[in-house]
Design a protein around this ligand. Structure first.
Ligand code: NAG
Ligand code: NAG
Ligand code: NAG
Ligand code: NAG
Length: 356
């Protein structure tokens, strides 16, 4: 983990032909260890001790976004949580509710809403040495982006003192949207647009035993032993919503963007050096269709990667020259992470505070 608390990032971009310099600053997310050898109910106590007040405030704002008609479904899940959200999730959420003094239903809401609101950019790339890289910006679509910056943390999940997997997440959010299994693979999730997602997601959990996708990602980090296994499990498990999963491994060619329907993969798009595809970018649109003009982060990211070039890919170049460029970095960006599963110590995360 980097020790410096603040770094300055300066972006240059053009608006109406005027060259503007826009300042942003970054902070290092606080680091926590979650000990998987502890009972589920106790694992997050250290995080809650530090973030209890923020979590309650965040939950209040999040719950305001939830349609009234969804509330009875949330209550049904909370009332029989072990049936709908299996171990370790039910136990960990019970523990969080207890130590933060919150309703279990509110903890469930917090854990499901983030699931469906990750507006992001993820990039998988292979450098000229065959090293695989994975970079992501997590953008949040609602107004309380600032609050989420305050609860962003990095977590090592350990067993017998060894890190089994790591994540960058929000305090009280126990699923994983950005994760690394050392020496095996890295995974990120980007939201795929869907209609009445709240009701659909809750109905899928209640009636089809579908998995919240951030829980699936954590299961895969826990259980999958290699890139192919991770891609296969992420592709073929029933989930509560449609998503993009971006997976990067440790060997040449091990990079894939999965366009996941709820039941099955719609498309699995892999790096292919023979075809000249040394990197792939996913934002929030199917890769085979053009992104809408009002939200095109894909082409700026592609242009930045091409300008950088395959022989210059490394952590700080990805951070400075790709992930920190507008509009890949924008006022909804909460954090940036760069990782490389073969070099697990390279992982670095920055909470982004673009100046208004
Ligand atoms: C975030 O934290 C800062 C400093 O800790 C605080 O001043 C600010 O009000 C917080 N913002 C939100 C939205 O909670
Ligand atoms: C990679 O691209 C080449 C050239 O387009 C193609 O022939 C080959 O089948 C592709 N490989 C895979 C694994 O899709
Ligand atoms: C490739 O490896 C060489 C030697 O270890 C190193 O100097 C170079 O920076 C690496 N290139 C990339 C793109 O990582
Ligand atoms: C973010 O920027 C957009 C314009 O790019 C602006 O419309 C919006 O109000 C800004 N949001 C915040 C939270 O500053």
């Amino acid at each position: 983990m980097a020790a410096a608390a603040h770094n300055a990032v300066f972006m240059l971009f053009l608006i109406s032909g005027v060259r503007l310099s826009v300042a942003a600053h970054t902070t290092v997310p606080p680091h926590f260890t979650v000990n998987l050898d502890l009972p589920e109910e106790e694992r997050w106590n250290g995080v809650i001790a530090k973030y209890g007040d923020y979590i309650k405030q965040a939950a209040k704002e999040i719950i305001n976004q939830v349609p009234v008609e969804a509330m009875p479904l949330v209550e049904m899940i909370a009332a029989d949580i072990d049936k709908y959200l299996p171990s370790p999730y039910a136990g960990e959420m019970r523990g969080i509710a207890k130590s933060a003094n919150m309703n279990l239903g509110d903890v469930v809401i917090v854990n499901i809403i983030y699931d469906v609101t990750a507006f992001c950019t993820s990039i998988g790339a292979q450098d000229t040495n065959g090293t695989i890289w994975h970079a992501r910006n997590l953008d949040y679509r609602y107004r309380f982006t600032d609050m989420l910056r305050n609860v962003t943390i990095s977590v090592d999940f350990q067993r017998r003192g060894q890190t089994v997997y790591s994540s960058v997440t929000y305090a009280a959010y126990i699923g994983i949207l950005t994760g690394q299994k050392p020496h095996k693979f890295t995974v990120t999730v980007d939201e795929r647009d869907r209609g009445a997602w709240w009701m659909n997601a809750l109905m899928a959990i209640l009636y089809s035993k579908a998995k919240p996708m951030s829980f699936l990602v954590r299961d895969v980090l826990e259980s999958s032993e290699n890139f192919d296994d991770a891609v296969d499990t992420l592709s073929n498990t029933l989930t509560d919503a449609s998503e993009y999963f971006i997976v990067a491994g440790t060997k040449p060619g091990e990079g894939a963007i999965i366009t996941k329907g709820r039941l099955a993969p719609l498309d699995i798009w892999k790096l292919n050096l023979t075809a000249g595809r040394w990197f792939e970018v996913e934002t929030n649109y199917d890769h085979w269709v053009e992104p809408p003009a009002h939200d095109d982060r894909r082409h700026p990211a592609i242009n930045a990667m091409e300008k950088l070039g395959q022989n210059q890919i490394d952590k700080m170049h990805l951070f400075n020259d790709v992930m920190s460029l507008h509009p890949v970095l924008n006022n909804r960006t909460v954090y940036t992470v760069v990782m490389s599963a073969a070099n697990p110590d390279f992982i670095q995360s920055w909470v982004q505070h673009p100046d208004p």
